[in-house]
Design a protein around this ligand. Sequence first.
Ligand code: F0G
Length: 348
Amino acid sequence: MKKGILYSYEKFLPLTDRTPRLSLCEGDTPLIPMGRLGRELGIDLFGKYDGLNPTGSFKDRGMVLAVSKALEEGAKALICASTGNTSASAAAYGAAAGIPCFVLLPAGKVARGKLAQALIYGAKVLAVRGNFDIALELARQAAKEKGIAIVNSVNQYRLYGQRSASWEICDELGSAPDWLVLPVGNAGNISAYCAGFEFYREIGRIEQLPRLIGVQAEGAAPLVRGCEVDQPETVATAIRIGRPVSADKARRAVEVSNGQFLSVSDDEILEAQKTLASTEGVFAEPASCAPLAGIIKLARQGKLPRGLRIVMVLTGNGLKDPEGAMLRAGEPVEIEGTSAALAEVLGQ
Ligand code: F0G
């Protein structure tokens, strides 16, 4: 059987006979039981490790469909703005499809690994002096004027493909979790999860929606604060966004699922990243650790009911942003190249 979400969820996606079936074998990522952390928190905790997608983030789920549909519609080039992961994914699928890809990034604010990806996949990479929100505005204008296919989440197929993560979780658990906790930046993914769960409820695969808990970084928390943020700032550069394009859809997702938005500080994010890696052996990028930071925060406030089955979405791979991780990881212990020096450190 061919792999990739255009194959595994073919019948749930808007494909036609003329849609090319691109695949980098995206999707089908592990749902990792996190027993040690779960016991500490008094919950049944899982991490949906979407950092194991082909370009290391959940974006591949939507990108494979967006680029396939763009090809079907005769597109000759792709364009996107990005905090890093969307650009890596667009560049990879553009390469696989054999069409050029233009990416607009906020200059100096993209993790090195993501930048390296976009460049090595052969995209034309433009560093915009301004933040993501400005870059996206430029990309949308250019797409309209030049007739280039935009593959940001304003492209409906992106969110359509991203629904596949919610289906995989339900298929594996046999039902919906009680809560689904995920980071929120441009607010597309939370909207996609909601639509995916609603679809599964409609066709009778699940009985009810999980509570959707959207976690933002304190310095970039327009949905928590209820107003746009002009100068978003956070160590979790993936979600450094002040004017989320899908804000309305995300608000609706939280409303219909009886969920909530909450924010966590950069310090809490980095602490959660270290805890996740050193307790469960899973390395996720800073933005992807906002959900765990949020769960820990709720537990400390006495607002985490015991015994819930909770899935947190680990949206991106930690290897993309070594600099972010090193803020908390510490430095190696340097020793002389002698067995005496080693014995001293080992204490034997
Ligand atoms: N986690 C990671 C690792 C991301 O890269 C993003 C978004 C999010 C969470 C938030 O998802 O935007 O759907 O609410 N990254 C986009 C990008 C903005 O350009 O790569 P969202």
